[in-house]
Design a protein around this ligand. Structure first.
Ligand code: IMP
Ligand code: MG
Length: 180
């Protein structure tokens, strides 16, 4: 098999075991907060699917699951906050308790734009659960209600997050080691 991708070094940051424990804690908290309700989980593709798959299996409240695929365009370094939606959710949002599930909140542009879009459809409530939060990079005011881990300003990969579509399958969270 040919693989032209350049070798990149990944340094472990959060072990699979720590993630597993934290996902269970988050699920407990969410199940407590939404007791007696049905939650519409909206996963942001593609990054959130691994986290979402583990999270739903720990939740103790009834859920429905849908997805939005959104991407900010322009380079990551000079993001201008332009967000394009490639795939919209199909579920009806009006009157529902919506929980957006995200892999990592960085500048906040993606999340803010998705939240504005959802709120126009008059949900009963909207909250956000992000596995990872990189608060030092935030450009717009947006705070996830549930956060798994705060991470430093590194390029994060694994457990759903990618570097040019690679490393999503890693069972742990790591970061790309800078060269030199
Ligand atoms: P935003 O800057 O908060 O809009 O982040 C948008 C998206 O970029 C997130 O949903 C992630 O999918 C991706 N992203 C941000 N930081 C990283 C990272 O360190 N590694 C991998 N993906 C990232
Ligand atoms: Mg994402």
């Amino acid at each position: 098999m040919r693989n032209k991708a350049k070798p990149v070094k990944v340094r472990p940051l959060i072990s699979a075991e720590r993630i597993r424990r934290r996902v269970r804690e988050l699920a407990k908290e969410i199940s407590r907060d939404y007791a007696g309700k049905e939650v519409l989980l909206v996963g942001l593709l593609k990054g959130s699917w691994v986290f979402l798959a583990d999270l739903v299996r720990c939740l103790e409240v009834p859920v429905q699951v849908d997805f939005i695929s959104a991407a900010s365009y322009g380079s990551r370094k000079e993001s201008k906050g332009l967000v394009r939606v490639d795939l919209d959710l199909r579920a009806r949002v009006k009157g529902r308790d919506v929980l957006v599930v995200e892999d990592i909140v960085d500048t906040g542009f993606t999340l803010k734009s998705v939240l504005q879009r959802l709120k126009r459809r008059r949900p009963k409530s909207v909250r956000v659960c992000a596995l990872l939060d990189k608060p030092s990079r935030r450009k717009v005011e947006v705070e996830p209600d549930y956060v798994g881990f705060k991470v430093p300003d590194r390029f994060i990969v694994g457990y759903g997050t990618d570097f040019a579509e690679r490393f999503r399958q890693l069972p742990y969270v790591g970061y790309i080691e800078e060269e030199g």
